[in-house]
Ligand binder design. Structure first.
Ligand code: FES
Ligand code: FES
Length: 477
């Protein structure tokens, strides 16, 4: 069982079955389930658990795997209680940040027999893991065990007697014997969704532009919260776990803090962020505001972020980039295609055509967005088509969601005030267009393909929305 937002009850990671019905356990008091049967994924009938795990693996429905145990139990509860019901609506209670939903729906159809249980071709999981590492940017396991939540998450192996440390307001760490005690010591208040409107913080540089774009603060929203633990004198558990959140966790403070506090206290120390902690302190994509012309020239203002000017210059040399100091949460150029995506989308808008995208060191992708999202990707030997397709679908969803829906509000000081999972604006399964992926056969050396897909789908989505001048295009509150 996982914790992605407790006690918000909004991510679904902690879902269990209570007398066969799915319930989020973090908001279910123990007294309400007294005398009733509570089943976690580990307690599911082994053959049924294996069927779900193999189906998720066969369709690529589990990448990091943090969300998957809860989703499997939700779908199992649906299959038991409402066998004919479509699974997309049931997923509204969940957040999966990796997969883009479609492969999860395919896995559900495999298990319920709706799509016919075709024999699965043999897989080379080492090759699949290599493809996953290329796409995710850090080591990643692939196999049915990942769908069971066994991807190697730091907090799953923390010693039971470890001191718990949580971020304290104003910096530093608050300690306690339990998460509740540490959070009390920190004076933590459960985060809410604010009534403030999400705003694009930068202004478009003056000029006569064919096309302009401004973006808001948006939350990467990785599901496994920052966590680590360490024994005195030991090596801290890796907060990147199974995938690294596509760059968003690259500089997590959790591991260094676990090591330092363990050495200082002489005890095992477990670092644990809450969802509001990760939302306030975690890095965001640098917001931009820019104008461009059809000839590829233009000016782009971007929130000051080490490395972002270079990232933009590498893909859009005709854009003059101006870094701007802006009050707001931390930003990072490590986040998937940060700056490059926005620059290339702006140029596509100015040209009035998306065109193929090739990011430095990566493959090539082209995309069209209408009733469905169509993607073609060429990135060397696929190594494992299931994994590559899964990453391309996840990237397509992430791009579509970023352009149309994702934004968080900040107050006048730039402090993030939208602190709940539901306030991030991630497009749910029921509103995600189908994604069709064509993988171009190649014998070339494998390289990352899904980052180019991410950019290509963002540009195509924006063009399909008429290049409205502010992202997200569909959500202004
Ligand atoms: S941890 Fe319970 S719903 Fe997120
Ligand atoms: S696989 Fe769903 S959050 Fe990573």
């Amino acid at each position: 069982m996982k914790d992605g937002c407790s006690p918000q009850g909004q991510c679904g990671a902690c879902t269990v079955l209570v007398d066969g019905a799915a319930r989020v356990s973090c908001v279910t008091p123990a007294r309400r389930v007294a005398g009733r049967q509570v089943t976690t994924l580990a307690g599911l009938d082994p053959l049924r658990r294996q069927a779900w795990a193999e189906a998720f693996c066969a369709t690529g429905a589990s990448q990091c795997g943090f969300c998957t145990p809860g989703i499997i139990l939700r779908l199992e509860g649906l299959a038991r209680r409402s066998p004919g019901a479509g699974p997309a609506g049931a997923l509204a209670a969940h957040l999966c940040r990796c997969t883009g939903w479609q492969t999860i729906l395919e896995a559900a159809r495999l298990v319920t027999g709706e799509s016919g249980a075709a024999a699965q071709p043999p897989r080379d999981y080492a090759a699949a893991a290599r493809r996953a590492a290329l796409e995710g940017g850090c080591p990643q396991a692939v196999g049915p065990h990942v769908a069971c939540g066994e991807g190697g998450f730091a907090d799953d192996t923390a010693p039971a007697d470890a001191l718990v440390a949580v971020p304290a307001p104003g910096g530093g760490w608050a300690l306690g014997e339990t998460p509740a005690e540490a959070r009390r010591a920190a004076g933590s208040v459960e985060g809410r969704r604010s009534t403030l409107r999400a705003e694009a913080p930068l202004r478009v540089p003056p000029g006569d532009w064919d096309c302009t774009l401004r973006t808001c603060w948006s939350e990467p929203g990785y599901l496994e919260l920052d966590a680590s633990w360490c024994l005195p004198g030991g090596e801290p558990a890796d907060p990147l776990a199974n995938g690294g959140a596509l760059g968003a966790k690259t500089r997590s403070a959790a591991a260094a803090a676990a090591r330092r506090l363990a050495d200082e206290t002489g005890r095992a120390v477990r670092i644990l962020y809450s969802r509001p902690d990760a939302t306030r302190l975690g890095p965001k994509r640098p917001p931009v505001a820019g104008g461009a012309n059809a000839d590829g020239t233009g000016r782009l203002a971007v929130a000051r972020t080490p490395g972002v000017v270079e990232a933009i210059a590498a893909v859009a040399p005709g854009l003059e980039v101006v870094e701007v100091d802006v009050a707001g949460p931390p930003t990072s150029a490590d986040i998937r295609a940060a700056g490059a995506l926005e620059a290339l989308a702006l140029l596509a808008g100015a040209r009035g055509a998306a065109g193929p995208i090739r990011l430095p060191g990566g493959g090539e992708a082209a995309a069209q967005v209408a009733e469905k999202i169509t993607v073609e990707v060429s990135c060397g030997r696929p190594l494992d088509e299931v994994v590559l397709r899964s990453y391309c679908i996840g990237a397509a969803h992430m791009a579509y969601s970023l352009v149309t829906s994702e934004a968080i509000a900040t107050d006048a000081d730039g402090t993030v005030v939208d602190l709940t999972v539901r306030s991030f604006g991630v497009v749910p399964a029921a509103r995600t267009p189908p994604v069709e992926v064509t993988i171009v056969p190649s014998d070339a050396e494998p390289t990352n393909g899904s980052d180019s897909v991410f950019v290509a789908v963002a540009a195509a989505t924006w063009l399909a929305r008429g290049c409205l001048p502010v992202w997200p295009t569909d959500r202004r509150s």
